[in-house]
Design a protein around this ligand. Structure first.
Ligand SMILES: [Zn+2]
Length: 192
């Protein structure tokens, strides 16, 4: 005899089993998702080199890709290219802005970002344009530089990574800083 209570219990047990299986399937599917991560890594490592450089540029890396370097070579003078892209230094007292005192702003020769104001420019006598401050601290990046057997602080353009010069702590008050910047890395825009 088929007692209704027994068949109910069987149905309930079958339902409970189905319910138990749901979280189990869930666990399996999440294993599947995390299991695909190594696949993603493999996929990323298969990205062509030319696309990788684009990716690193958009990830905050200031390196300029090969195509940009080529167009820079065409756009800049040999000295501007050497100073900004190869961390070169123009000969002292040779730069066009060394004794330049017109009112205005100085922009990065590569990306045109405004970096320094004539208000903070002073004659340091060192042979390069000198500024006691940067227009905005976020405009430049400061990096320890131990090249040429000395300990200095390199100044680069924060937007494009162009080498600008070095900063020293022997400048005039109130900042006490001397941004010693190559003329070749700057473009001047006079006040109108
Ligand atoms: Zn720049």
């Amino acid at each position: 005899m088929n007692h209704p209570n027994i068949s109910n219990r069987k149905r309930n047990a079958a339902q409970a089993n189905r319910l138990k299986k749901i979280p189990f399937n869930f666990t399996l599917s999440s294993v599947d998702v995390s299991g695909s991560l190594p696949y993603l890594t493999t996929w990323k490592s298969a990205i062509p080199e030319n696309l990788k450089s684009t990716m690193s540029a958009t990830n905050g890396n200031n390196s300029v890709d090969q195509a940009n370097l080529k167009s820079l070579k065409e756009r800049l003078t040999a000295e501007q290219y050497h100073v900004t892209q190869e961390k070169g230094t123009e000969r002292p007292f040779s730069g066009v802005y060394n004794h330049h005192s017109d009112p205005g702003t100085y922009k990065c020769v590569v990306c045109d970002d405004v970096l320094f104001s004539s208000d903070s420019k002073f004659d340091s006598g060192c042979g390069w344009p000198a500024f006691s401050d940067v227009l905005d601290k976020s405009k430049v990046k400061l990096t320890p530089d131990f090249s040429h057997g000395s300990s200095r602080t390199e100044v680069t353009c924060n937007k494009c990574g162009a080498h600008l010069g070095h900063v020293f702590d022997d400048g005039p008050k109130p900042t006490g800083q001397r941004y010693c910047i190559n003329s070749a890395s700057l473009n001047f825009a006079g006040k109108k």
